[in-house]
Design a protein around this ligand. Structure first.
Ligand code: HEC
Ligand code: HEC
Ligand code: HEC
Ligand code: HEC
Ligand code: HEC
Ligand code: HEC
Length: 418
């Protein structure tokens, strides 16, 4: 017999069959994984696409609105992934069993259709996912907040706590004073009743000073009056300087929406909700429909959860916008454009809005005065690289220090005033 393994035996037939299946299936998975590139440039491109488009609903390592995506390039064939990402509803409608089961499992949440994506772009996202699957990240350090607080705009102790501490200290001092006065008058009363006091002792018991006399003293009245006027004056001047300045303004909102939970803990990109920042003058506040992309499946949260999320459902049912209270408000006479600063100027939101991803309630972080705008234009260099519009200006400016916004007319009145 040429072959040592007898295929007549049923048990050994099954073993051989299984080995073949396992061999081929691992081969297929391997083939699929190796079709996903490792090139760092492609991984970086994929990372950017993933963070901007998929991060709102997906994590690589865990479930969020959609499934965890680690290994997805081994779970599914690449052509299936391409089709699903471009238009998941089409794949579901085609009767694909896997897609339909997934859709049911995720409470019929519709994944956004990315019809403008090319296969290569989706492949680069898979490359990023593969890179993360194979090299799980160590706890990442929050970079933005560091640099932001380094700018020294945030006080170590917020002013309102300082006020509370001061008021507390004053109250304690007053109580102490009252108690001391009571003790001293009790003691002297007791001593005055004693008949057998020596003359020197009597001198001590007779009050060193008389409170009534003191209040009538002209010098004393003068000092007190001067102190009071100084305090009042300082408050009036402070008040005048801050007319119209609303730094720190953090109104209560109709829904306890937390940027910390959304942009911080769940790392949802600012652009996902503020869709206007890169395209227009205004950043836009998201409509309830955008909330529902996620909250049709997330019905409770870590803190205020259910009650607050129910308000979104109510707004959608009643077809009424949520009446968010505006935090930032420039007067009509000034013109400010987001995309100019975010896209052309390449400024991070945090430069002007502070560490929003750490705020449960958004507050106005910057002064928003004319001086604030102009100061930044004086010291901030223009991002001229790769911007054809600036080529001529840079040429003219050769040899001098880097061009600032001011060198491009950034402090001309008409640039900011209609
Ligand atoms: C609005 C939320 C949302 C966004 C944004 C989103 N997805 Fe999804 N994704 C889902 C949901 C929900 C599912 C589960 C299937 C369903 O309900 O249609 C899913 C499923 C998938 C699956 C199948 C997963 C599996 O386990 O088989 C892939 C692959 C996928 N998404 C890739 C992406 C990629 C890539 C992006 C970004 C370009 C993206 N998704 C953006 C919500 C989203
Ligand atoms: C891209 C997905 C996504 C979008 C869009 C989204 N949320 Fe959320 N939301 C979440 C996640 C994730 C949580 C946290 C759930 C948890 O941790 O259990 C959450 C939690 C909440 C909570 C509960 C917070 C708490 O303290 O318990 C509220 C309220 C909320 N969201 C309101 C909103 C509103 C209002 C909008 C629209 C302006 C919105 N969300 C849009 C994903 C989203
Ligand atoms: C899930 C949606 C969502 C995400 C993500 C999100 N925001 Fe918001 N943002 C809102 C909503 C809703 C409001 C209005 C309610 C409020 O002021 O809290 C708002 C308000 C603001 C305001 C105040 C607007 C005003 O009234 O003047 C600023 C500034 C802001 N967001 C910046 C950011 C920045 C920066 C990020 C990213 C770090 C971000 N947001 C991410 C939904 C979002
Ligand atoms: C150069 C400073 C600057 C940068 C950078 C900046 N903002 Fe603003 N933002 C402002 C000013 C000033 C206002 C007030 C505008 C007004 O009242 O007309 C504002 C207002 C807003 C508002 C209120 C709604 C609106 O459109 O007026 C939101 C939301 C907002 N910003 C989000 C963002 C997000 C998200 C980013 C980053 C992608 C960002 N901002 C980057 C200065 C900035
Ligand atoms: C953090 C720095 C910073 C702050 C604060 C800032 N800007 Fe700017 N601004 C820039 C930069 C950088 C550019 C240049 C963008 C470019 O290349 O066109 C710019 C450009 C502009 C332009 C276009 C100027 C031109 O030459 O075409 C206008 C208008 C403008 N800003 C208005 C404002 C107003 C109004 C405010 C205050 C409410 C403000 N900016 C606050 C950094 C800032
Ligand atoms: C970089 C943008 C910018 C430039 C350049 C600029 N301004 Fe302003 N200006 C503002 C902003 C923003 C305000 C509103 C500040 C506030 O509400 O505190 C303002 C307010 C003012 C006010 C006060 C109006 C009021 O009702 O209180 C006057 C007056 C004014 N600007 C005049 C000028 C003149 C004159 C120039 C040219 C020399 C100029 N501005 C250049 C941004 C600018």
């Amino acid at each position: 017999m040429p072959c040592k393994i007898s295929l007549k035996n049923n048990a050994s037939r099954i073993i051989v069959l299984l080995t073949v299946i396992i061999f081929f299936s691992s081969f297929k998975a391997l083939g699929q994984a190796s079709a996903v590139p490792d090139d760092p440039e492609i991984v970086a491109a994929g990372e950017k696409l993933f963070k901007q488009n998929c991060m709102p609903c997906h994590r690589v390592e865990s479930k969020l609105v959609g499934p965890a995506l680690h290994n997805v390039y081994e779970r599914r064939e690449l052509p299936w992934i391409y089709a699903f990402v471009k238009n998941s509803q089409k794949v579901i409608a085609s009767g694909d069993e896997y897609a339909n089961n997934l859709y049911e499992e995720y409470n019929k949440v519709q994944m956004t259709a990315f019809s403008s994506f090319t296969d290569d772009e989706i492949l680069s996202i898979m490359a990023y996912i593969k890179n993360l699957t194979e090299n799980p990240p160590q706890a990442a350090a929050p970079a933005t907040s560091e640099t932001v607080s380094a700018a020294g705009q945030e006080q170590a102790i917020p002013a309102k706590y300082l006020d509370a501490i001061l008021i507390g200290a004053v109250v304690i001092l007053i109580i102490l004073l009252v108690v001391l006065v009571m003790i001293s008058s009790l003691l002297s009363k007791y001593l005055r009743q004693k008949k057998d006091l020596s003359d020197t002792d009597k001198e001590y018991v007779q009050p060193m000073f008389n409170l009534g006399k003191l209040v009538r003293n002209k010098a004393f009245i003068g000092i007190v009056a001067a102190l009071v006027t100084m305090i009042v004056l300082k408050n009036v001047i402070d008040g005048l300087y801050s007319i119209g300045v609303q730094q720190g303004y953090a109104p209560k909102q109709p829904i306890a929406f937390s940027h910390k939970i959304h942009a911080g803990d769940n790392k949802i990109d600012c652009n996902y909700c503020h869709t206007g920042v890169t395209k227009s003058k205004n950043a836009n506040i998201p409509s309830p429909n955008i909330c529902m992309n996620c909250h049709s499946s997330i019905t409770k949260g870590p803190k205020t959860g259910k009650v607050e999320i129910a308000k979104i459902y109510k707004a959608v049912e009643d077809n009424k916008p949520i009446e968010w209270v505006r935090v930032h408000n420039l007067p009509d006479l000034a013109y400010f454009n987001h995309s100019q600063h975010v896209v052309v100027g390449k400024l991070a939101c945090q430069t002007c809005h502070g560490p929003v991803e750490k705020m449960d309630v958004v507050r106005q972080y910057s002064l928003l005065t004319m001086g604030w705008c102009v100061n930044c234009h004086r010291k901030t260099p223009l991002q001229t690289k790769g911007n054809g519009y600036y080529d001529k200006l840079v040429e003219l400016h050769k040899g001098k220090e880097p061009m600032k916004v001011v060198d491009n007319g950034g402090i001309d009145c008409a640039k900011c005033h209609y």
